[in-house]
Design a protein around this ligand. Structure first.
Ligand SMILES: NC(=O)c1ccc[n+]([C@@H]2O[C@H](COP(=O)([O-])OP(=O)(O)OC[C@H]3O[C@@H](n4cnc5c(N)ncnc54)[C@H](O)[C@@H]3O)[C@@H](O)[C@H]2O)c1
Length: 457
């Protein structure tokens, strides 16, 4: 059985460890956070990720997956070491590489024979060379290879993404290490998953380039949505018309409150910083995050348009996590909304299926409620922040009667404007004309095609 050490038990490390053990490898996941390892050893899964707990339990039971703080032992005992530690943003947007470099020094300190060090963290181009240099300085006498294997999983569908990726990217400096890592992924290779086999630098760059383009698509459609609003067009039709062009594709073209999470904002900032450091002009890349910030503030401005000054108001937020099926609040658009509302004297009532515990820790004054209907009680307006599935079939009539005033800002375009108007809501969404009860509004094609429209959503 191949022995693998995974350094870091965050989203990427845990999912990588669980999936590689499911492939039949003996995997030890290590972390410098002793509390996290203690929780994992006690059978607790510290993140909400569909399917992860079952996979972990299965592989722990078969003796293929374990957790440890004994990093030296795990390094010595493993043939391959996967680095999956954090690479957060520094205040100037540059990438904080201290965790990756510390992991590299630790590997150098304890390795006693040939190792393949596979980097899964998202790192600036050139990191492979720096990591190799650090290891060589710490341990000059032992042979090793560095491989870049960026991770593309999305929180909320991480297991499925790991097992059925669009592609695998593996960048290596020689055939020996390339073949060894390809062999680790043989179960996926047999599933016909395309592989991009390249050099370390190109593999590192692929990850940043891909994330920056995905973020650009979101910001682009958000800016198109704002133009649609000014001229009475419907961004959902525009996005569909664009997305059916195969050169564009339909994904990441939903207008909304802007992107969040632990990857897009920091990776876009990281790429912008990499370009600046390399003295490369990149006006487009430099403007992606500012455009996203503008969109978040635009949602706050829309809410102000709906309720007037925030002071003394009660606002209900449905959905807090940066996207559905995760409890991750990092850089979630809901945070800026909560902070602005609370700073300006509003009471915020909230409901989210997974992230309320984390939100309550961040904002002790947030009123966390057990259901969306409870959260709506007595509120001056409701803001839908995250498109959790359970909100798609919510009982809008119950919400309507729970609210003090039936006003809704739908930041995810989840509901049909005409239907909302007919139910008596004052309804604002993104990139679609506003609807108000009793207001004469020109009919849109989507009004006549209500059934088809609903099916398509
Ligand atoms: N979260 C995602 O959806 C995602 C997707 C693709 C790529 N990535 C990238 O993967 C990397 C990890 O992301 P994450 O979200 O899993 O991070 P995370 O912050 O959730 O977890 C990182 C873990 O690494 C541990 N760690 C730090 N230094 C260590 C060391 N020297 N030895 C052992 N453990 C150490 C930390 O204690 C922490 O538990 C980042 O570079 C990120 O950009 C993340």
């Amino acid at each position: 059985m191949r022995s693998i050490c995974v350094m870091g038990t965050g989203y990427v490390g845990l999912v990588t460890g669980a999936c590689l053990s499911d492939f039949g490898n003996a995997v030890t996941c290590v972390d410098i956070d002793a509390q996290r390892i203690a929780r994992l050893k006690a059978g607790e899964v510290p993140i909400y990720e569909p399917g992860l707990e079952e996979m972990m339990t299965r592989n722990i039971g078969r003796g293929r997956l374990s957790f440890s703080t004994e990093i030296p032992f795990a390094i010595k005992a493993s043939q391959l070491i996967f680095i999956a530690v954090g690479t957060p943003s520094m205040p100037d947007g540059d990438v904080d590489m201290s965790y990756v470099f510390e992991a590299a020094r630790t590997i150098g300190r304890y390795m006693e024979d040939y190792k393949i060090i596979v980097n899964k963290s998202t790192v600036p181009v050139g990191t492979g060379v720096q990591v190799a240099e650090l290891i060589r300085q710490t341990q000059p006498g032992v042979d090793f290879d560095i491989v870049s294997n960026p991770e593309f999983l999305r929180e909320g569908s991480a297991i499925d993404d790991f097992m059925h990726p669009d592609r695998l990217v593996i960048g290596a400096g020689n055939q020996r290490s390339l073949e060894a890592v390809v062999d680790v992924y043989r179960p996926l290779y047999q599933n016909d998953i395309p592989m991009v086999l390249t050099d370390v630098e190109s593999a590192e760059m692929i990850k940043y380039a891909a994330n920056a383009l995905l973020a650009t698509k979101i910001s682009f459609i958000n800016e198109i949505a704002n133009i649609c609003e000014a001229y009475g067009a419907d961004v959902t039709a525009v996005a569909r018309g664009m997305g059916l062009d195969q050169r564009i594709g339909p994904r990441n073209l939903s207008a909304g409150a802007g992107y969040g999470g632990s990857c897009f904002p920091k990776d876009v900032a990281g790429l912008a910083a990499i370009a600046r450091k390399g003295q490369v002009d990149s006006p487009l890349i430099q403007s992606i995050n500012p455009s996203n910030g503008h969109q978040r503030r635009r949602m706050i401005a829309k809410l102000r348009e709906l309720v007037g000054p925030f002071s003394g108001r009660t606002i209900c937020l449905l959905g807090l996590s940066f996207k559905p099926d995760t409890d991750d609040l990092r850089e979630a658009p809901a945070l800026e909304m909560i902070e602005t509302l609370q700073a300006e004297g509003a009471t915020v009532r909230a409901y989210d299926p997974a992230s309320m515990e984390k939100a309550q820790q961040l904002y002790p004054n947030l009123v966390c409620c057990e259901s969306p209907y409870r959260a709506a009680e007595g509120a001056d307006a409701l803001v839908l922040m995250t498109e959790w599935n359970e909100f798609r079939n919510i009982d809008l009539a119950v919400l309507h009667s729970a609210l003090k005033a039936p006003r809704m800002l739908d930041c995810r375009n989840l509901y049909h404007p005409r239907q909302m108007q007919e139910m008596g809501f004052e309804y604002l969404s993104v990139g679609r004309p506003p609807r108000r009860p009793g207001q004469e509004t020109p009919e849109k094609t989507s009004d006549w095609l209500l059934g088809g429209y609903m099916l398509r959503r």
